[in-house]
Design a protein around this ligand. Structure first.
Ligand code: PHE
Length: 344
């Protein structure tokens, strides 16, 4: 009996050593077959029971079963440990640190917004405040206070979206000239970027919604030279340091005198022809400007003999079209990421 115990003990020790030495699943299985398999060592020990005395056989069987149970438990533990290691190894392989990273889509500023920011930064550096106004305005701010009485033909030029008899989507940012002068006494210097609306048929150059930036400076002894100086400075910042600027006589009811402002095309230097930048015009049209009309100052109870000022209103789409060489204004509002990413 003790013989048998001894034998089992040694066998288990060899079994443990073999298990510890087995490096891969295949060799672990070979150890299992060699010891616990049908023709394995344990089976040989069981066969030896036959040579024992009949009364010794049951306890011998029990001792063997206990040994088998211990061996099976340790085989199990080994397999589980190996499985864990194999899982870890596979995981390590599945993270490929050399794989090209997926770049997050961070987006970028819209081209209209970038033109707006550049203009705003120029005027901010020169002491102007940036103010925003409502997009729906009554007639009074859109027209009357800007020296455009109800029967004035200039109203026709602003083909407007009326929301009610007296309320409309602003066709220009000039209403903010009035609101600014209502809220602040001169000296004032503001710019007003924002959306405007006109009942224009949509095509490559027109949209029922577009952006303007308005500028207004009112104080004492302000003259046209101040307007020219500020706008020439702005054009040089936008289009290059030696950009020429042209002031063409024009008419707006709320400015006198009035002028259209053009910047000489930085690409063809005014020669036009087939130049894509200016569309062959040689000049880039920015918009209207002029000295604030005395009637506007009077409407706001400021004495035009004491105060004077200038104003301008430029279209941002036109500048952005030129700057980014875009052929169709509609691209700006289609929200097509493939278009916008090209300009990022
Ligand atoms: N509000 C005018 C327009 O939209 C532009 C302008 C603004 C002209 C300020 C003169 C002064 O056409």
């Amino acid at each position: 009996m003790s013989d048998l115990g001894q034998r089992l003990k040694q066998m288990q020790a060899r079994f443990e050593d073999a298990l510890a030495a087995a490096q891969d699943p295949k060799s672990v299985d070979a150890v299992r077959v060699a010891f616990l398999g049908r023709n394995g060592e344990v089976t040989k020990v069981r066969r030896a029971i036959g040579s024992l005395a009949a009364n010794e056989r049951p306890s011998a069987g029990r001792v063997i079963n206990e040994a088998v149970a211990r061996m099976e438990a340790s085989l199990d533990a080994t397999l589980r440990k190996r499985e864990g290691k194999a899982f870890e190894a596979a995981l390590e392989q599945s993270i490929d640190v050399t794989f090209p990273a997926q770049h997050p889509n961070v987006g970028s500023l819209h081209p209209i917004r970038r033109v707006m920011d550049d203009i705003a930064s120029y005027f901010e550096r020169h002491g102007f405040a940036i103010v925003l106004g409502p997009e729906a305005e009554p007639d009074y701010y859109n027209f009357d206070a800007l020296n455009i009485p109800p029967d004035h033909p200039a109203r026709e030029g602003f083909d407007s979206f009326y929301l009610s008899d007296d309320m409309l989507l602003r066709p220009h940012t000039s209403p903010m000239q009035i609101r600014t002068l209502e809220a602040f006494a001169p000296p004032v210097a503001v710019i007003v970027p924002g959306k405007c609306y006109r009942r224009d048929a949509v095509d490559a150059r027109h949209s029922f919604m577009f952006h303007q930036v308005e500028g207004l400076l009112v104080g004492e002894a302000i003259h046209f030279g101040h307007l020219k100086g500020m706008l020439i400075g702005m054009c040089r910042e936008l289009f290059g340091v030696d950009t020429d600027v042209r002031f063409r006589p024009s008419y707006f009811p709320f400015t006198e005198p009035s002028a259209e402002v053009d910047a000489r095309c930085p690409v063809c230097q005014g020669s036009g022809g087939t130049c894509r930048m200016c569309g062959g015009a040689g000049w880039i049209e920015l918009g209207g400007s002029g000295m604030v009309h005395p009637n506007v100052l009077r409407n706001l109870k400021y004495d035009p003999d004491v105060y004077s000022g200038w104003a301008f209103g430029f279209g941002l789409e036109r500048i952005a079209l030129r700057r980014y060489d875009i052929d169709d204004i509609r691209r700006f509002f289609e929200n097509d990421p493939q278009f916008l990413e090209q300009l990022a």
